[in-house]
Design a protein around this ligand. Structure first.
Ligand code: IPE
Ligand code: IPE
Ligand code: MG
Length: 239
């Protein structure tokens, strides 16, 4: 009953800090600690794919200082975690418009992807400068480019082709999608990939997220019945 792919919208760093009358950046710093705890725990539990929404395309419009701080945090997270990722067989992959990242952040990201490329125990997907609609647009452009060269017919366009053209090409569909901090929305996260996901919302702010909160989300998932359009009797017959 363990989901193969868990995706998390890590929300609420700002509100966590605000409550403590701290600057938003200290919420992001504590958020990075929550990432460490969550990745470790997911790995221990045997989750195969963990996708974390770290920074959206729309987040570029935040005050420059905050954007800068988030980029620094991303860079230091990648530098600090590299060894641990390797030791634990965790492959890092990034989705999103990496060309928009500051060059040194992109470099560290791609180095981390390269050095962990052989790791097979878990895949950690970081969504940075990500927006699901933009990713779909990119995929459609790629597909229409093939078509305009005569390499593809309209009938060749399938769900599989679209899935393979997204930045999540080699990553299975999301089974469980978690959002912290009480907002009940998806904010552009994995629209195609999480189409059939179970959704789980918690009021916990991201910096307070950890082992117990992940366990709770997984326990809730385990109690859900995924029907995929079928009726109870059919599901019973399948098991
Ligand atoms: C999530 O926390 C982190 C990012 C979006 C980068 P927020 O910064 O959105 O925190 P709130 O929603 O303002 O509390
Ligand atoms: C979504 O959170 C993006 C991330 C968690 C990185 P936001 O806080 O930016 O989303 P909205 O503004 O609530 O939609
Ligand atoms: Mg937010």
């Amino acid at each position: 009953m363990l989901p193969e792919h868990v995706a998390i919208i890590m929300d609420g760093n700002g509100r966590w800090a605000q409550r403590r009358e701290l600057p938003r950046t200290s919420g992001h710093e504590q958020g990075a600690e929550a990432v460490r705890r969550t990745v470790r725990h997911a790995r221990r539990l045997g989750i195969r794919y963990l996708t974390l929404f770290a920074f959206s395309t729309l987040n570029w419009a935040r005050p420059q200082e905050e954007v800068h701080e988030l980029m620094l945090l991303l860079e230091s997270f990648l530098r600090d975690e590299r060894e641990e990722l390797l030791e634990n067989g965790i492959r890092l992959m990034a989705i999103g418009e990496r060309e928009l990242l500051p060059p040194q952040v992109r470099r560290v990201l791609e180095e981390t992807e390269a050095v962990t490329a052989h790791c097979e125990d878990m895949v950690l997907v970081l969504a940075v400068s990500y927006d699901g609609r933009r990713d779909l647009v990119r995929a459609v452009r790629q597909i229409t480019a093939l078509a305009s060269r005569g390499e593809l017919l309209p009938a060749d366009v399938s769900e599989e082709l679209i899935a393979r053209s997204l930045s999540t090409a080699h990553i299975p569909d999301v089974d469980l999608l978690v959002r912290t901090s009480g907002e009940i929305r998806l904010s552009g996260f994995l629209p195609f990939e999480a189409c059939y996901a179970e959704l789980y919302f918690t009021d916990t702010h991201w910096p307070d997220f950890g082992e117990a909160q992940l366990d709770e989300a997984l326990a809730t998932y385990a109690r859900r019945q995924r029907r995929f359009g079928l009726i109870d009797a059919q599901i019973a017959g399948m098991v």
